[in-house]
Ligand binder design. Structure first.
Ligand code: NAD
Length: 356
């Protein structure tokens, strides 16, 4: 099985190195091939997603991705900025379904800013549509306003749209995922204001009839943002569009206390996927050896489960992570008094040791 390894920038290479060590310690044969992406690729090839990196990603069975971005690339033209590599990979590989589990491990309840009784035992899944919505809608741009009140002023504009097949395919992904979990889907939209959301809701109701064993509910996005902090455990699977999902998945990530713990998967229609931690390249701590590698290690576990058909190996990794947390090992971002602070590499060592 071929895995494209794209470490990227900032802490990307440090955390991906630990995930690769864990994969290699499973005793299975993986064909791992590395390529530069993001700012690192711009430095060597003049583009954040060079053709050779894209080619490798296309022919691989799965992609293990670190993170991209650094302040030193902020002055580049938009199409050359590191973050364009992710958008390019999503587009070229048609990765339309983003899975972001937000799990609060019992040992880390204290790291959350919410009360233990609200957050303890949290296990929810945000399913975000990734290829459509206002992020890709045309027309878009900056023009001269024709509005009577603001005539002649500059105005920015974007277009939100979703077609029925786009909603259907992300809806089915969410219902299938719910079937393997708590059998509840909450579809988040803004149907009281947006036509796009009205269609979204109609389609969700229609396809829900194919899943009589799964309970469908609907929530407006503003209420969902509130309920996520008020009663997050009431959710099982949340399905939503690209814009709302971008915001809600980050909110859900922070419920658990550390973004350094949260994996993610972006899948195409055949379950080929790109696996990456939910956080960015953290340039503020890059090179210090203190980044938490667990989100990337858990992303590798998701890769084994969703794209490579190796659920037993995925379980082994997840259990090893729980074991090191139970042993009291913590990187700086999840450290609390009474636990043992470890470096990125020491955390990798501990997970590898816990695998056996
Ligand atoms: P960030 O997620 O990189 O960092 C936010 C904060 O969380 C920082 O204080 C950082 O030190 C901390 N943090 C993040 N990951 C951590 C880890 N594994 N262990 C310990 N602490 C961790 O977000 P940001 O600072 O807004 O963005 C930095 C760069 O990352 C920007 O260039 C941004 O565009 C990019 N970015 C990339 C991705 C991606 O590659 N998918 C996602 C988000 C942001």
């Amino acid at each position: 099985m071929k895995i494209a390894v794209l470490p990227g920038d900032g802490i990307g290479p440090e955390i991906v190195a630990q995930a690769v060590r864990v994969l290699n310690a499973l005793g299975q044969k993986f064909d791992l091939e590395e390529a530069p992406v993001g700012g690192a690729a711009y430095d060597v090839a003049g583009h954040p997603l060079p053709p050779a990196t894209l080619e490798l990603a296309k022919k691989a069975d799965a992609i293990l991705f670190g993170a991209v971005g650094d302040w030193k690339y902020d002055a580049l033209a938009r199409e050359l900025r590191p973050e364009q590599a992710i958008l390019g990979l999503r587009k070229h590989l048609e990765l339309f379904a983003n899975f972001r589990p937000a799990i609060c491990y019992p040992e880390l309840t204290a790291a959350s800013s919410l009360k233990p009784e609200i957050i303890g035992g949290l296990d929810i899944l945000i399913v975000r549509e990734l290829n459509g919505d206002i992020y890709f809608g045309q027309p878009r741009g900056i023009r001269t306003s024709e509005l009577p009140l603001f005539k002649g002023a500059r105005e920015g504009f974007d277009t939100m749209h979703y077609s029925e097949p786009e909603v259907e395919r992300i809806g089915r992904v969410a219902f299938e995922a719910a079937r393997k979990r708590g059998k509840k889907v909450c579809s988040v939209d803004k149907a009281n204001v947006l036509e796009t959301s009205q269609l979204w809701r109609e389609v969700m109701i229609r396809i829900s009839q194919e899943y009589p064993d799964v309970e469908l509910s609907h929530m407006y996005v503003d209420n969902a943002a509130m309920q996520l902090v008020k009663a997050p455990k009431a959710f099982d699977v949340v399905v939503t569009g690209n814009l709302f999902g971008d915001i809600l998945s980050d909110e859900a990530a922070m419920l658990t206390g550390s973004i350094g713990m949260l994996p993610s998967a972006s899948l195409d229609k055949n379950n080929k996927g790109l696996y990456e931690p939910s956080h960015g390249s953290a340039p503020d701590i890059a090179g210090k050896g203190i980044a938490n590698p667990l989100a990337t290690i858990l992303s590798a576990a998701m890769m084994l489960r969703y794209s490579l058909g190796m659920p037993a190996e995925a379980d082994r990794i997840e259990k090893a992570v729980q074991k090191v947390l139970a042993q009291g090992l913590r990187t700086a971002d999840i450290y609390t008094e009474g636990t043992q602070k470890v470096s990125t590499v020491q955390m990798g060592d501990a997970v590898v040791a816990a695998l056996s």
